[in-house]
Design a protein. Structure first.
Length: 457
């Protein structure tokens, strides 16, 4: 089964998954190994204890006056005297005919006997058996053949057996305690792994925040106090920022130089046309004016495109709007227009350069004032992290079918009115470069409403 792409691509998930798999495998291997070692130890101890009892039984073996087997001294383990205690011994005559007869047996067997398979043993050899004992219990048994001095022709078979629960129960208790301890250890290791991953990747989260600050213009470069493993990346990124800033600065300088280089011959042509009269002079003046507007348009667009790549500038909206409104009042003073700036927060800020904001608001205000009858209003607000500037006028407005075309270069609402048709196109281009847009709608004042949406700081 394949993991989802979001999990496969996560470094955190990879680290945690690898660590957890290794922890699980290690704990399982440790549990299996320790359990096996303990089981082996208990099994060996179980049979060693049986052998000890068998040795004691052999040492205590004697024959009475009638030649019957007897014990010179009773065995020391008290369980051998308690019925069905789980520890037993038995003495048989050797040979298949006497197997399981129980010539002499421990009191713990009570009325039962141990039925051991008849097999052939040499003197002193020990065999192990697993068999069913009293009350259906599974027994582990060992046996040996003993030849007595009085009756060397009649060997005796000595058997010691014990309930295998004496071996299995300690193993089960140990396994329960072992797996509980390993579970606690595993939980601790998992918590440690999670903490390690969270702490280890914390510099990457901080790096992401600082990159976002650079992208949003909150910082010019990344800080250099990262861990040594990340510091080379930070240094390379800062070097790229410096290099890009130098490239943008050179491009803007070249754009400025180009503007001066073009404006000088255009000024000469305009001055020459002003001296002359006639159709040719008017044509030259018109074309020089159009060329100036085209140069200003493209230079403004190039400057804004460069600025949006390094958006460190911050421009207060209220101050820029107030300054432009004062200019419009003077320009259109003879018409007696009422140009009003609605109250807005002083902290409302545009994430970009002041001249670009003035370019956009200036064009929109100029258009509104050109077509307004009596009143133009400007209001701005922060809406979900976006700067929304709304400009209304009480003019005749623009039909809805023509509004989209008005945002294209060279298109004018009234071909008889002065202008190049670049104002709204410049605003639209600049707004898009800053990740915003401009929309035209009906105004509550009766004319046109222009809604400019930009990135707020």
């Amino acid at each position: 089964m394949r993991l989802p792409a979001t999990l496969r691509d996560s470094l955190r998930v990879r680290l945690l998954a690898g660590t957890l798999v290794w922890i699980l495998a290690s704990l399982l291997a440790a549990g299996w190994g320790l359990s096996g070692l303990f089981r082996h130890h208990v099994t060996e101890q179980f049979h060693a204890e049986l052998r000890t009892h068998l040795d004691q039984l052999t040492a205590s073996l004697a024959l009475d006056a009638q030649g019957r087997p007897a014990l010179s001294t009773p065995l020391s383990d008290p369980r051998l005297s308690r019925p069905y205690s789980g520890l037993y011994w038995q003495i048989d005559r050797a040979g298949a005919l006497h197997a399981g007869t129980g010539v002499l047996r421990s009191r713990s067997l009570w009325d039962d006997v141990i039925a051991v398979p008849a097999d052939v043993l040499v003197d002193g050899e020990i065999h192990r058996h697993r068999l069913t004992g009293p009350q259906g219990a599974r027994l582990g048994a060992i046996e040996r053949i003993v030849f007595t001095e009085n009756r060397p022709d009649l060997p005796l078979r000595l058997i010691v057996a014990a309930d295998e629960r004496l071996m299995h129960e300690p193993v089960e208790r140990f396994n329960d305690a072992l797996w509980l301890a390993l579970a606690v250890l595993g939980l601790g290791l998992v918590i440690a792994a999670v903490v390690q991953v969270v702490v280890g990747l914390a510099p990457l989260r901080r790096l992401r925040r600082e990159l976002a600050a650079v992208r949003n213009g909150g910082a010019q470069q990344l800080a250099d106090d990262f861990p040594v493993e990340i510091r080379p990346l930070v240094e390379e990124f800062n070097a790229v920022l410096v290099q890009n800033a130098e490239i943008v600065a050179r491009a803007r300088t070249q754009a400025g130089n180009l503007a001066h280089a073009l404006k000088t011959p255009l000024t000469v042509l305009a001055n020459a046309a002003d001296v002359g009269e006639g159709e040719l002079a008017r044509l030259v003046r018109d074309q020089v004016d159009a060329a100036r507007k085209q140069v200003d348009y493209h230079l403004t667009r190039a400057r804004a495109a460069a600025a949006t790549r390094f958006p460190a500038a911050r421009t207060p909206v209220h101050a820029a709007a107030e300054g432009l409104v004062r200019v419009m009042r003077r320009i259109h003073a003879e018409r007696g227009l009422e140009v009003v700036v609605a109250p807005m927060p002083e902290t409302l800020t545009f994430r970009g350069e002041e001249q670009d904001l003035q370019e956009m608001l200036g064009n929109l205000l100029d258009n509104a004032c050109k077509w307004a009858t009596h009143r133009v209003t400007v209001q701005a607000a922060d809406a979900a992290g976006k700067l929304v500037v709304t400009i209304d006028d009480d003019g005749k407005g623009i039909p809805a079918a023509q509004r989209e075309a008005m945002l294209r270069r060279g298109v004018r609402a009234d071909e008889q009115a002065p202008g190049s048709g670049l104002g709204l196109a410049i605003v639209d281009d600049l707004a898009r470069l800053y990740g915003g847009c401009i929309e035209l709608a009906d105004s509550p004042l009766g004319g046109l409403r222009a809604v400019l949406t930009l990135s707020a700081a």
